[in-house]
Design a protein around this ligand. Structure first.
Ligand SMILES: NC(=O)c1ccc[n+]([C@@H]2O[C@H](COP(=O)([O-])OP(=O)(O)OC[C@H]3O[C@@H](n4cnc5c(N)ncnc54)[C@H](OP(=O)(O)O)[C@@H]3O)[C@@H](O)[C@H]2O)c1
Length: 308
C-alpha cells in the first residue's frame, strides 16, 4: 500500500516486495552503491556486491553483515575497465544466478589527464559506460530468469549539460576531465533509453537515475586547486550524504510507480537533494538515432553483441 503512494511522499521505508529478490550492484563497496546495498538488505533482498577489489568487497560485506548478521550477501570481482574481467564475472553469473535488479552504479569522475583502460578505451567512458554495456549484455540470461527485472543505471546531473549529441566517444579529438564525465553520463541515459525501447516487450525494464550530489570517494581525483575549491564550496552548501543520494536508485529499483525509460532524480531545488521523482530527460537523449549510434559504437568497440 505504501509503495503506491505518490512519489512526492516516497521514502525508503516504503520499499516492499524485496524478499526473494537478488540485486547486483556495481561499485557496491563504496558510497552510493554501499548505501543502496544496505537499504535493499534491510528490506530483505539478497545482494551481490560487484567491485574491482576483493579486499574492498570483503570489507564492505563484513560491515554489512556486522549490522545485520542474517544479511544475504555475495561478492564478485569485476573490473569494469577490463573486458576480460567483465566477461569472466558476467559469464559465471549468467549461468548461476537470477538477477532481479541490476544497478549499474560504479563510476569514476574528473580524471585529470586522459588515461585508458586495459582495453585502450578512454578511462571515464570505458568504465562508466562501456564496462556497464558489456556487463549488462553478459547478464541478460540472468535478468531474463527474473519474473520482473529492472536495470537501473546511475547517471549524473552532468548528463543534462549542453554537450550535444554523443561523438568522439574516446575523447581523442579533445579531452577534458569533466567533458569525458558528462559524455559518459549522457551515454548512461541514452543507453537506458535504447534498452527500454529494445526490451519493451519483455519483463525487463530499464531506468536511469541521477543521485543529486554527495561527498563520496568519487571526488578523490578532484585534486587541482580549482577542483578542490569547487568541491570544498559545494560540499558545504549543496552536497548531501551518500544515504540521501541512494534514494533515487532505491526508488528507481523498487517502486511500482516507476516506468521503463524514466529518468529519476531528487525533486528538490536544483535536483541536488530531496524525494526522488521522474524528471525530464537530457535534451535529445530519447532520440532513437543517438541510441542506435551508441549501441552500434559500443558493440564495435567492445566486440560484444548485445543479446536482445
Ligand atoms: N557522489 C556524487 O555526488 C554523485 C553525483 C552524480 C552521480 N554520481 C554517480 O554515482 C555513482 C556512484 O558514485 P559514488 O559517489 O558512490 O562514488 P564512489 O564512492 O567513488 O563509488 C564509486 C564506485 O565505483 C567503483 N569503480 C570505479 N572504477 C571501477 C572499475 N573499473 N570497476 C569496478 N568498479 C569501479 C569504485 O570502486 P573502488 O572503491 O575500488 O574505487 C566504487 O565502488 C557513480 O556512477 C557516479 O558517477 C555520484
Amino acid at each position: 500500500m505504501h509503495a503506491s503512494r505518490s512519489a512526492s511522499h516516497w521514502t525508503p521505508d516504503m520499499i516492499t516486495g524485496q524478499y526473494g529478490r537478488t540485486a547486483l550492484i556495481t561499485g557496491g563497496n563504496s558510497g552510493i552503491g554501499l548505501e543502496t546495498a544496505r537499504v535493499l538488505i534491510r528490506h530483505g533482498a539478497r545482494v551481490i556486491l560487484a567491485g574491482r577489489s576483493k579486499e574492498g568487497l570483503d570489507h564492505a560485506a563484513a560491515a554489512l553483515r556486522g549490522e545485520r548478521p542474517d544479511a544475504q550477501i555475495a561478492t564478485v570481482v569485476v573490473d569494469l575497465g577490463s573486458l576480460d574481467s567483465v566477461e569472466r564475472a558476467g559469464g559465471h553469473l549468467a549461468t548461476t544466478e537470477t538477477v532481479d535488479l541490476l544497478l549499474n552504479n560504479a563510476g569514476v569522475m574528473n580524471i585529470p589527464e586522459r588515461r585508458t583502460t586495459s582495453d585502450g578505451f578512454e578511462l571515464t567512458f570505458g568504465t562508466n559506460h562501456l564496462g556497464h554495456f558489456a556487463l549488462t549484455a553478459a547478464l541478460m540470461p540472468a535478468l531474463r530468469r527474473s519474473p520482473a527485472a529492472r536495470i537501473v543505471t546511475v547517471s549524473a546531473i552532468a548528463a543534462t549539460w549542453r554537450i550535444g549529441r554523443l561523438k568522439d566517444l574516446m575523447s581523442e579529438e579533445r579531452y577534458s576531465a569533466m567533458g569525458a564525465y558528462a559524455k559518459s553520463k549522457r551515454a548512461n541515459v541514452v543507453f537506458t533509453q535504447e534498452l527500454a525501447r529494445r526490451l519493451s516487450d519483455t519483463r525487463i525494464e530499464a531506468v536511469a537515475v541521477h543521485p543529486g550530489s554527495a561527498m563520496t570517494n568519487l571526488q578523490r581525483h578532484s585534486q587541482g586547486a580549482l577542483s578542490k575549491l569547487v568541491v570544498a564550496l559545494t560540499s558545504r552548501t549543496v552536497m548531501g550524504s551518500p544515504e540521501g543520494a541512494a534514494w533515487p536508485s532505491l526508488y528507481a529499483a523498487t517502486s511500482p510507480d516507476v516506468r521503463s525509460g524514466q529518468f529519476i532524480a531528487p525533486a528538490g531545488r536544483d535536483q541536488t537533494s530531496g524525494t526522488p521523482k521522474a524528471v525530464p530527460l537530457p535534451a535529445g537523449a530519447d532520440d532513437p538515432a543517438e541510441g542506435a549510434f551508441l549501441f552500434g559504437e559500443s558493440e564495435r568497440l567492445t566486440g560484444v553483441t548485445f543479446p536482445l
